[in-house]
Design a protein around this ligand. Sequence first.
Ligand code: B1M
Length: 226
Amino acid sequence: MGKEELLAKIEENVLQGRRDSEDEGLDEGLEGTPGVVELVQQSLEEGIEAKEILLGALSSGMDKVGEKYESGEYFLPDMLTAAEAVGAAMDILEPRLLDAGMESKGKVLLATVKGDLHDIGKNIVGLMLRGAGYEVLDLGADVDGNKILEKVRDAAPDILGLSALLTTTMLEMKEVIDALESEGLRGDVKVMVGGAPLTPQFAEKIGADAYGKDAIAAVRLADSLA
Ligand code: B1M
C-alpha cells in the first residue's frame, strides 16, 4: 500500500471507530482487517512520519467524525469509539512526535471537579484535544480544588478544563476559579468549563473564559483560547 492509500485507510478506520483488527466497526465485514493501531504501526514501519499520520489521517478523520456528529449522522457512541481509536494511535505516536520536536498546540489540564465521579464526557474531550494536537494532562475525576491549583502552578497549562455533571458539583467550579484568583494564578490560565447541567450564562457568571457545549466545541474553543 502506498502512503496516500495508508493514510486514507487510517482515516476510514477512524470513521469506523475501529481501534484494531478485532473491532467490528460501523459497517459489516470489517472484523479481521487491520484497524487504526495496526495501520499506524504499518505506516511508521514504511517510513511515514508521525506528524503526517497525525495531521493527514487522525485529525482529519476526527474532523469528519465531528461534522457527522453535528449533522446528526453520528451519535455519541460513534464519536466515542472513534475518539478511543485515535487515543490508542496517539499512545504510539506521542513519543515520536515529542522526539521529532513537534510543538503541541498548547497544554490543557483537565479535571472533573470535587465530589463528581462522572468522567466519560471529560475523557472524550481529552481524547479529542489530544487528537487535535494538544498536550493533555488529565487529573481524573473527583479532584480536590487544592490539587487543581497545585497542578496549575507546577505544570503551567495554557487552559484549565473543568467538567461537572451534577447540579451540586458544578458550584465547585466557581470555588476553583475564585481560588485561582485569590492565589494570583487567574491571569496565567484560561478556564474552560463544560458538562450537561451547565449553561453559557452559568459559565459567564462564575468567571470562566469559555463554555464547551460538547467535545467538538471544546476543541474549537481551545483553538481560540490557546
Ligand atoms: Co450519574 N447522574 N450519578 N452516574 N449519570 C446523571 C448526570 C443524572 C443527570 C442522571 C439522572 O438523574 N437523570 C443525575 C444528575 C442529576 C443532577 O445533578 N441534577 C445523576 C446522578 C443523580 C448520579 C448519582 C448522584 C446517583 C446516585 O448515586 N444516587 C451518582 C453521583 C456520583 C458522583 O458523581 N458523586 C451518579 C453516578 C453515576 C455513575 C458512577 C453510575 C455513572 C458515571 C460513570 C462515569 O462517568 N465514569 C453515571 C452516569 C453514566 C450518568 C449518566 C447516565 C450519563 C453521563 C454521561 O456519561 N453522559 C447521566 C444521565 C445522562 O446524562 N443521561 C447521569 C455522556 C457524556 C459523553 O456526556 O458528560 O455531558 P457529558 O459530556 C459531554 C458534554 O457535556 C461536554 O462534552 C462531552 C462530550 O460531548 N463536556 C465538556 C463535558 N465536560 C466537558 C468539559 C469541557 C467541555 C465540554 O471543557 C473542559
